[in-house]
Design a protein around this ligand. Structure first.
Ligand code: PMP
Length: 456
């Protein structure tokens, strides 16, 4: 369609001249954006990104980076993946937006394709929303409406988002603002094979879960939220026997098992398409976001028809949920994961990366642990390998050092001492070589005492 005369003139001016001068962009960001947006910032001096292609990014000075965190795990199949972008462009030329009050076939097609990825059995249905936190809130609502119970359990060190309900569920200090949280949420300690406060066995953690149900609830539950591998909490896998034991107890109290697959989903963990498949528990509700849209704002709650039915006595709607443009992106993402064998690639390349990182780790006492599955890896940086004391200062030095050498990743964990690697799933063995060489050199150049004392 042709633009009319006046907007033709506007078009002639597009795209507006954006300044990719890093100093100007940083100054304007500080001037015009709310300081609340700078609370979550990757580097001391923010990286100004100009373009991306597959697993790589380029900054304002045309420096190239391997993006090991896929822009917060959103970029599942690659930056600007040509198939995803083409699918989106085609949809945009037909119809950019239509809400679920109206109808466009792409939404149901994506739902059908997504459900093919779920284990057979339950009568699954999909409810699309825009972000992980919204999907978590919807899952909370469905669990409470379906069970008729209020109390929810969540794991300490979990991250489920930062909106009201999701932030209240999150088990990390950064999520809790100095104001009231959503009621009816109780945190329990997950097992932790590396530095768990009750040791590596799961029994004491299940005992704590029992005690919480007994003493903090009326012995009924709406559900338990869990990330099969805690992501932002420090790439901490939750032992499958804990999930199985927890499911027994939660279900006995009338509650649902709610898996948060926002980071672990879509083949990233290698062996399975979903992280929850590492245990024998079939969740009742599955929350997904990030990788499903490869950067387009798409998220979903997958649950049984019966559970979803429980909120149909009232309306639940949000304006952008199931937008055809992002659903077109979602369909393309699922096709690309299959066509390019990205789950298998995650398994193979992830194993090589883990091995290389662990090899360097053996040469340095400050690398306490290398863990994870597939292309979801964490490197735990410690000041004392026996005590496993978190060392955020050395982790920050490695993080900044890698940035200077063209490798970007995330620094996370409750203490900011875990380097988190969740790259686009198209990472290849050449990238592994580059990343592990740079990691080895950065680690070799670190004088931990000097870093801790602020001398380097
Ligand atoms: N759950 C998990 C496991 C996440 O990692 C995140 C985001 N980091 C969320 C939920 C929230 O997603 P969003 O930022 O889209 O609200």
């Amino acid at each position: 369609m042709e633009a009319n005369g006046n907007s033709q003139a506007v078009l002639a001016e597009l795209p507006p001249e954006l300044s990719f001068d890093g100093d100007v962009a940083r100054e304007r960001r500080a001037r015009y954006l709310s300081p609340s947006l700078a609370t979550f910032q990757a580097y001391e001096r923010p990286l100004l990104l100009k373009r991306g292609s597959m697993q790589y990014l380029w900054d304002d000075e045309d420096n190239k980076y391997v993006d090991l965190i896929g822009q917060n795990v959103c970029i599942s199949v690659g930056h600007c993946h040509p198939v995803v972008n083409e699918a989106v462009k085609r949809q945009m030329d037909e119809l950019v937006h239509c809400t679920t009050m109206w109808m466009h076939p792409v939404t149901a097609e994506l739902a059908a394709e997504l459900l093919e990825k779920m284990p057979a059995g339950p009568d699954w249905v999909v409810h699309f929303v825009n972000s992980g936190a919204e999907a978590i809130d919807l899952a909370m609502l469905m669990a409470r409406a379906h069970t008729g119970n209020t109390d929810l359990l969540a794991l300490r060190r979990s991250y489920h988002g930062l909106h009201f309900g999701a932030a209240s569920l999150s088990g990390l200090a950064i999520a809790h603002q100095p104001t009231v949280a959503a009621p009816g949420i109780h945190h329990v300690t997950p097992p932790d094979a590396y530095r768990g406060i009750y040791g590596p066995d799961t029994a004491p953690y299940l005992a704590e879960l029992n005690a919480t149900i007994e003493s903090s609830t009326d012995q009924t539950l709406a559900g338990l939220f869990y990330e099969p591998i805690q992501g932002f909490g420090g790439v901490a896998p939750v032992a499958s026997d804990y999930i199985e034991g927890a499911a027994e107890r939660v279900r006995a109290a009338g509650g649902l098992m709610i898996a948060d697959e926002v980071q672990t989903g879509f083949g990233r963990t290698g062996e399975h398409f979903w992280g929850f498949q590492a245990s024998d528990v079939m969740p009742d509700v599955v929350v997904m976001a990030k990788g499903i849209g490869n950067g387009f704002p798409l998220a979903a709650v997958v649950t049984t028809r019966e559970i979803a039915d429980s909120i149909t006595g009232r309306k639940f709607f949000n304006t952008y949920g199931s937008n055809p443009t992002v659903c077109a992106a979602g369909r393309a993402v699922l096709s690309v994961i299959d066509a390019e064998g990205l789950q298998e690639n995650s398994l193979r390349v992830g194993a090589a990366l883990a091995e290389a990182l662990a090899e360097t780790g053996q040469r340095h006492e400050f690398i306490g642990d290398v863990r994870g599955r597939g292309l979801m890896l964490g490197v735990d940086v410690v000041s004392d390998p026996a005590e496993k004391t978190p060392d955020p200062a050395v982790a920050a030095a490695i993080h900044e050092g890698l940035r200077e050498r063209g490798v970007i990743l995330s620094r996370s964990g409750a203490y900011g001492n875990v380097l988190r690697l969740l790259p686009p799933m198209c990472l290849n063995l050449d990238d592994v070589k580059k990343v592990s060489d740079e990691f080895a050199e950065v680690c070799a150049g670190i004088d931990p005492e000097a870093v801790r004392e602020g001398r380097s």
